[in-house]
Design a protein around this ligand. Structure first.
Ligand code: GAL
Ligand code: ZN
Length: 690
C-alpha cells in the first residue's frame, strides 16, 4: 500500500482547487467582460484559474518585444479578489512571426514534409531555436511572476504530444540517442535483427526514423523511435522547467498529461514533475452506457495518481458540459457534472479544473463547453452545475492531501503496449487495453482500490499484482516479480506474456521466457480465434478457488503445459480440449496464476472474488455493491473518505451496514440502506480502517 499522507498541491493553499482555463488574452477589447469574469468566478465557487496557455502571440507580438501589462493586470486582479493562478508557459503554440523567420520550429511529418504554420502542439522538440525561445519567455515569466501572490502552480506547455518530428535535426538526435543506447552499429544490427531482408546498417547515417514510404516493419526500430520521442520530449520539457525552478523553486511544476495517450510514455515525464495533472474528457452519455465510461475513466484517474506514488493529482481539464470535438457533442445529463467531478476527487484528484472558463467567440472551440456561455451571465444550467461543484469542494478541505489505500497493483506498461500492438500476429487487434479493463472492472465493481504501475514499478508494498499480456519483459522484471511472490505476494499473469525482450527479440528456449520458472508453465503455441468464435473453459472439479461456472474464451487461447503449476481449469472444446487454461504455481510463500485465454466477465467476477476472499483484500465498503455503483476510498490514515457514486441514470440502493458514517455534504449520520438518485453521489467519513 502506498503512503496515505501527501503534500498538498501547494502548501500555501490547503483547499481543493476549482477553476479552469482562462483566456483574458482573447478579450483585450472588452474590459467590461474581464471585470465581469472576476465577479462570476467568485459566484461559481472557483478559486484557481489557468492563465496564458496559448498566449505567446499576445506576450511577444514581435520578436523581442514583450507585452506583460495585460498579464500583470490579470494576476493582480485575481490576487485582489482572493483568487489564484496556474500560470502556463506558452510553448503549446507559437506566433506566426517565429515560424516564418525560423521554419525549423515547425515539425516534419513522417512523410518528410515540413508542416505549414497552423494548429498547435506541433513544434520540433530538437530545434535549438525553439528551445532558446522557450527558455527566454519562460525566464521572463518566472522572473516577473515567480513570487506573485496569485501564483500556485506552473503549467508547462500544453499536452505535450509532438515528440515525433522527422526533421534532419531530429534524425541526428535519434542517431545520437541510438549510439548511447546500443554503443556500436554491430550491437544495433544484432538487437534489431537487421539481417532479416538484408537490412544491415553499415553506417549510422543510413538510420532514418520510420516512414510510410521507407522502413516501418523493423519493429525494434519502431520501438526505439517511440522511446526516443518520449526522451526528446522529456529533454525539451527540462529545458522549459529549468528557468521556472531557478526563479521560483517553491512553486510546483506540472504539465497536463492525457491519460492513456498513446505516443508518449508518461512514466518518463513524471519524475521531472512535482505534481501530476491530466485532462479528462470521458464520453458521458455514449451508447455503451455510463457505467462502462465510468470504470474506464476511473482506471485513468488511478494511473495518474500512481504516476507519483499515490500523491494527489490535478484534474487540469474537464468539460463543464459538452466536448465539441466528438462526433456527437452530447450534453451532460443533470447530476453528471457533480458525479464526474467527484469521481476524479474520489480517485485522488485535489483539483477540479475545466476547459474552459469562458467560451471563445470564434475559432474551433467556440462550441466547446465552458463555465460562462456566450449569453454572458450566470443564469444557465451549466453555470449552476459548476457553482454546485464549487460549493461541494469547499466542504471537502479535509480530503486534500489524502491517499488511496490500494493493496492491488495492475501493470500497464507503455513499451509493452507499443511492442505488442506493432507485432504482426497473433491477431491484428491485440486488445491490450481491453485485457487490462477486464481485470480492472472486476476490482471496480467490488470497491477494491487499485494502483496502476509500469513493469519497473515497486511491487513490494502490494498484496496482489496483476500483469495482463506482459508480452515484453525488460531486464530485472522477472527477478523482481519472483522476489515479490517468494515473499508471499500473489501474481496474476495472462496469455501472450514473456514473449520478447526489451529489444523486441523473442525469448529462446520456451515461452513465457523469464517468467517460466515463476509461473511453472510452458506456453507452446497460441491459437487466435476469429471475432465471434469462442471456446469454453471448465473449472477442474474441487479446484481450490471454488470456481464453478463455465466460462467463455475469445480471441486468444494459449496452449500451455503445466510444469510445476497445478491446473485449476481446462479448455472444453477443439483439439486442445482438456489442456490447462488456468494454472497456479506455488513459489516461495506466494502463488503465481496464469490465465491462458481471454475470458469473459463471469470469470473475472469469480476469480477476483476468490482472490479477494483468500487474501482478505479490503474493499471500500464491506458487502456486495449493486450494479453501476462505485465506492472509492481516500484515507489520511485517521479518517477514511468514502465516495459513493451511482453511474446509472436511475435510483440505486447500497447497504452501508451497521457502522455509522458522517455525511460530509448533507450533514448528519448515515447507516443501513442508502438510496442514491440517478447519477447521485455522496461523500461519507468514518474512522480509518486502513
Ligand atoms: C484539450 C486541450 C484544450 C482544449 C480541450 C478541448 O485537449 O488541452 O486546450 O482544446 O482539449 O476539449
Ligand atoms: Zn525536428
Amino acid at each position: 500500500m502506498p503512503p496515505l499522507r501527501h503534500p498538498l498541491i501547494n502548501s500555501r493553499y490547503p483547499h481543493l482547487l476549482h477553476g479552469g482555463d482562462y483566456n483574458p488574452d482573447q478579450w483585450p477589447l472588452r474590459p467590461d467582460i474581464l471585470a465581469e469574469d472576476i465577479r462570476l468566478m467568485k459566484q461559481a465557487g472557483c478559486n484557481t484559474l489557468s492563465v496564458g496557455i496559448f498566449a505567446w502571440a499576445t506576450l511577444e507580438p514581435e520578436e523581442g518585444r514583450f507585452e506583460f501589462e495585460w498579464l500583470d493586470r490579470t494576476m493582480d486582479d485575481l490576487a485582489k479578489a482572493g483568487l489564484h493562478a496556474i500560470l502556463a508557459t506558452p510553448s503549446g503554440a507559437r506566433p506566426h512571426w517565429m515560424a516564418q523567420k525560423y521554419p525549423e520550429v515547425l515539425s516534419v511529418e513522417p512523410n518528410r514534409t515540413r508542416r505549414l504554420f497552423g494548429l498547435r502542439h506541433n513544434h520540433c522538440p530538437t530545434s535549438p531555436v525553439y528551445r532558446e525561445k522557450c527558455a527566454q519567455i519562460n525566464s521572463l515569466l518566472a522572473e516577473r511572476y515567480g513570487k506573485h501572490p496569485a501564483l500556485l502552480v506552473w503549467h508547462v506547455s500544453n499536452e505535450y504530444s509532438s515528440g515525433y518530428c522527422h526533421c534532419p535535426l531530429c534524425q541526428e538526435a535519434f542517431r545520437d540517442w541510438l549510439r548511447r543506447r546500443h554503443g556500436t552499429l554491430e550491437a544495433l544490427n544484432q538487437a534489431w535483427w537487421t539481417t532479416f531482408w538484408s537490412h544491415t546498417y553499415t553506417d549510422w547515417s543510413q538510420i532514418e526514423s520510420p516512414a510510410p514510404h521507407g522502413e516501418h516493419f523493423l519493429h525494434a526500430l519502431n520501438l526505439d523511435w517511440r522511446r526516443f520521442a518520449t526522451d526528446q520530449t522529456v529533454d525539451f520539457m527540462k529545458n522549459e522547467i529549468a528557468p521556472l525552478r531557478a526563479h521560483s523553486p517553491e512553486i510546483p511544476v506540472t504539465t497536463n498529461l492525457m491519460g492513456f495517450f498513446y505516443d508518449l510514455n508518461p512514466w518518463k515525464l513524471a519524475p521531472e514533475l512535482d505534481v501530476i495533472s491530466w485532462d479528462s474528457y470521458p464520453d458521458w452519455g455514449a451508447p455503451q452506457g455510463d457505467v462502462a465510461v465510468g470504470f474506464r475513466t476511473a482506471f485513468a484517474h488511478d494511473l495518474n495518481r500512481s504516476l507519483k506514488g499515490g500523491r494527489p493529482f490535478m484534474l487540469m481539464e474537464s468539460t463543464p458540459s459538452v466536448v465539441n470535438w466528438r462526433d456527437v457533442a452530447k450534453l451532460k445529463r443533470p447530476g453528471m457534472h457533480l458525479l464526474s467531478s467527484l469521481q476524479a476527487v474520489a480517485h485522488g484528484a485535489d483539483t477540479v479544473q475545466y476547459f474552459q472558463w469562458r467560451k471563445s467567440r470564434g475559432a474551433s472551440e467556440k462550441f466547446h463547453g465552458a463555465v460562462v456561455d456566450h449569453v454572458g451571465h450566470e443564469h444557465t444550467r451549466v453555470f449552476k452545475d459548476v457553482a454546485e461543484v464549487g460549493g461541494v469542494l469547499a466542504k471537502l478541505d479535509a480530503v486534500a492531501g489524502s491517499g488511496v489505500p490500494a493493496e492491488i497493483a495492475l501493470v500497464f506498461d507503455w513499451e509493452n503496449r507499443w511492442a505488442l500492438d506493432d507485432a504482426q500476429g497473433p491477431r491484428k487487434s491485440k486488445g491490450y487495453e481491453d485485457a487490462c479493463h477486464a481485470h480492472y472492472h472486476a476490482f471496480w465493481k467490488r470497491g477494491l482500490p487499485v494502483d496502476v504501475l509500469h513493469m519497473d514499478g515497486d511491487f513490494s508494498s502490494y498484496r496482489l499484482v496483476v500483469a495482463p499480456m506482459l508480452y515484453l519483459v525488460r531486464p530485472g522484471v522477472a527477478e523482481r516479480l519472483e522476489a515479490f511472490v517468494e515473499a508471499g505476494g500473489t501474481l496474476v499473469v495472462t496469455y501472450w506474456s514473456g514473449i520478447v525482450d526489451a529489444n523486441d527479440l523473442c525469448f529462446l528456449g520456451g515461452f513465457p521466457g523469464p517468467l517460466r520458472r515463476l509461473l511453472g508453465i510452458w506456453a507452446e503455441e497460441i491459437d487466435a480465434l476469429h471475432d465471434g468464435e469462442t471456446n469454453r473453459v471448465l473449472p477442474s472439479a474441487g479446484n481450490r478457488l471454488g470456481l464453478a461456472r463455465h466460462y467463455e474464451a475469445r480471441e486468444l487461447c494459449d496452449l500451455i503445459h503445466a510444469e510445476s503449476a497445478g491446473v485449476l481449469a481446462t479448455y472444453g472444446q477443439d483439439f486442445y480440449a482438456g489442456r490447462p487454461a488456468l494454472t497456479e504455481n506455488r513459489f516461495g510463500k506466494g502463488r503465481a496464476y496464469y490465465v491462458a485465454a481471454r475470458l469473459d466477465a463471469n470469470f473475472h467476477e469469480d476469480f477476483t472474488g476468490a482472490l479477494a476472499t483468500e487474501l482478505g483484500l479490503r474493499s471500500a465498503l464491506p458487502g456486495t455493491l449493486p450494479e453501476g455503483l462505485s465506492v472509492q476510498i481516500r484515507s489520511d490514515g485517521t479518517h477514511d473518505f468514502l465516495f459513493l457514486m451511482n453511474f446509472l441514470p436511475h435510483e440505486n440502493t447500497v447497504d452501508l451496514g451497521t457502522e455509522t458514517l458522517e455525511d460530509l455534504l448533507g450533514g448528519g449520520a448515515l447507516r443501513g440502506p442508502l438510496t442514491l438518485p440517478g447519477f447521485g453521489c455522496r461523500v461519507l467519513r468514518r474512522l480509518s480502517t486502513s
